[in-house]
Design a protein around this ligand. Sequence first.
Ligand SMILES: Nc1ncnc2c1ncn2[C@@H]1O[C@H](COP(=O)(O)OP(=O)(O)OP(=O)(O)O)[C@@H](O)[C@H]1O
Ligand SMILES: [Mg+2]
Length: 155
Amino acid sequence: MLYCFERVYKWECFDAMEYITHSRAETETLGERLGARLSAGTVVAFTGDLGAGKTAFVSGMARGLGIGERVTSPTFTIVNEYEGGRLPLFHFDMYRLEGADELFHIGWEDYLARGGVCAVEWSENVAEAIEPDAIRVDIRRGPGDDDRVVTIEGI
Ligand SMILES: Nc1ncnc2c1ncn2[C@@H]1O[C@H](COP(=O)(O)OP(=O)(O)OP(=O)(O)O)[C@@H](O)[C@H]1O
Ligand SMILES: [Mg+2]
């Protein structure tokens, strides 16, 4: 069932699986609402194509966590760390990773143990490393250029 984005403001609807956003700002706001609710140690695993809006969503999550810094894509660095919010945010981009082994080499388990929130773009590439209790966020293009279907599971 599809819910219009406006419903996001009603918390009782947040368990709904799908939202449609019509702009980057709306996707950021959806991320912000999620970020405000997250607890220490949560993994948020993203799936979806290039340019879907994963980084936009994560920048909203950062805002929801009270992080003032601007979020940029960690494509070349694999992980960006943001302190200074309610919880630290570790923002991973697995686009260039070949598999979960590489992730363990960069210290995935240490990040998990640091009591922050791990946002993982291109989690498809490290599927074995993502725990079953992770929150899943899938973002797909919708009918219009700026439409996105955002599916959130596992809250
Ligand atoms: N509804 C929308 N939600 C999010 N982004 C949108 C939306 N409509 C248009 N856009 C545009 O789509 C692009 C999304 O870029 P973003 O970097 O967030 O994607 P991404 O999924 O992180 O891509 P990548 O896999 O390359 O990291 C931006 O240019 C943004 O302005
Ligand atoms: Mg991105």
